[in-house]
Design a protein around this ligand. Structure first.
Ligand code: NAG
Length: 228
């Protein structure tokens, strides 16, 4: 009976792809529960790019994108540290620190993190400006990826910490299984005919949201066509 109920819950949560163009997720309060799980297509990544846009007034640590697997809780992580302008990216736990990254409060940023599992190089782009390249993991991110917005995973799909939760708005999340060219990153930044993610696509997003998360109209560029 218990097993039957569990399988019912899983079925009810199974997501249908939604086009979230001109939508954003609002995380309006700090918690250790509010989150959105994104369901990716594919696994065994030898390279990754994650692009997204966000705005926050946080000055503490927060997670922008948390991908865990049974191999590592930080398989692909973009994380703001508490020092001004300091971010970290983790690839299968390997830590790369980026300093001098623009991070004003209450300002929209377009951010892309790239990782090449062959050269090991990781890089963080902010509003079309590159960071210097740093060293990350060498190899393949295999095992089932579990992706969460709004919280940082210290176990697969769990062990969240309110002090690392995201509070603000996030939109246009795309994930690719390759490193985007600088030209493609500029196109994403300017929201001009960029290639949508082939692993996570904001225009066909499969997601499961939990807790206080509101899917609202985007305000990123003022007015979108078809939105009054
Ligand atoms: C991913 O790699 C593992 C070995 O690490 C393999 O067993 C599995 O079949 C691969 N999965 C896919 C979808 O290619």
């Amino acid at each position: 009976m218990k097993l039957f109920i569990i399988s019912l819950i899983f079925t009810a949560c199974y997501a249908v792809p939604m086009d979230l163009s001109s939508k954003m997720f609002v995380f309006p309060e700090e918690s250790a529960t509010a989150r959105v799980q994104l369901l990716p297509t594919g696994t065994n990544f030898t390279s990754v790019t994650v692009c997204l846009r966000f705005i926050t007034d946080l000055t503490r640590t927060y997670s922008l994108f948390s991908m865990a697997s049974r191999a590592n809780n930080n398989d692909f992580l973009i994380f703001k540290l508490s020092a001004p302008g300091r971010f970290e990216m983790r690839t299968r736990g390997e830590r790369a620190i980026f300093d001098g990254i623009p991070s004003e409060q209450n300002t929209w940023y377009s951010m892309c993190g790239t990782w090449d599992g062959n050269s090991r190089l990781v890089q963080l782009w902010t509003n079309g400006s590159p960071s210097t390249k740093k060293v990350g993991f060498q190899g393949t991110l295999d095992r089932e990826p579990f992706i969460v917005l709004g919280q940082e995973q210290d176990s697969v799909g769990g062990k969240f910490d309110a002090g690392q939760s995201f509070v603000g708005m996030i939109t246009d999340v795309h994930m690719y299984n390759y490193v985007l060219s600088p030209c493609e990153i500029q196109a994403f930044t300017n929201d001009l005919n960029f290639t949508p993610g082939n692993v996570i696509n904001w225009r066909a997003l499969e997601f499961i949201s939990t807790g206080t998360v509101v899917l609202d109209n985007s305000q990123m560029n003022g007015c979108y066509r078809g939105q009054s």
